[in-house]
Write a protein that binds this ligand. Structure first.
Ligand code: CMX
Length: 133
């Protein structure tokens, strides 16, 4: 894995959390983007070579809605940049990790993404992502 690409934070409302993170990070939110397949809307901030992604649920069946109900607002996932997501998925599978999708999905911010189940990673939801070139 190349680097931490972003940290995903589950929030109840982008409207109220974006101004807080703009003040905290001292940088404007550069993009808001819905991901219809995940029932979320995202907001991104660049912090050096890494990003912060705020995630708001758009439907009760969204993973973010479930997470907020169970755990409340907070860090939802850590995403790692990979050079070849197909090769990395094969490697993780062969190491015994449970992947949450068979093939990469289209995520926010021009990425192919795949999640690793938090039960295999000591309670942390891990995403791997690759820029769509
Ligand atoms: N981090 C750590 N643990 C998590 C978690 C998270 N983000 N989300 C769920 N869990 C834990 C729950 O606490 C629960 O633990 P216990 O069994 O100890 O209570 C367990 O996982 C099962 O949780 P659940 O609420 O019953 O939810 P599901 O099993 O239905 O789904 C998961 C859990 C991880 C499979 C699902 O959230 C998922 O598929 N996530 C990947 C997709 C996603 O998160 N999309 C939103 C972001 C999209 C984006 O970034 O664009």
């Amino acid at each position: 894995m190349l680097k931490v690409e972003h940290i995903g934070i589950a929030v109840k409302s982008l409207e109220t959390s974006i101004p807080v993170y703009e003040k905290l990070l001292n940088t404007p939110c550069y993009k808001q983007e819905p991901v219809a397949s995940e029932n979320v809307v995202t907001a991104f901030f660049q912090t050096g070579e890494n990003k912060i992604e705020l995630l708001e649920a758009t439907a009760p069946e969204s993973a973010i809605a479930k997470f907020l109900e169970k755990k409340g607002e907070g860090i939802h996932h850590i995403a790692f940049d990979v050079a070849d997501i197909y090769a990395e998925m094969d490697r993780l599978r062969s190491e015994g990790f449970v992947l949450l999708n068979e093939t990469p999905k289209k995520g926010a911010d021009n990425k192919l993404i795949c999640f690793v189940h938090p039960k295999n990673t000591h309670g942390v939801l891990i995403e791997i992502c690759q820029e769509i070139r």
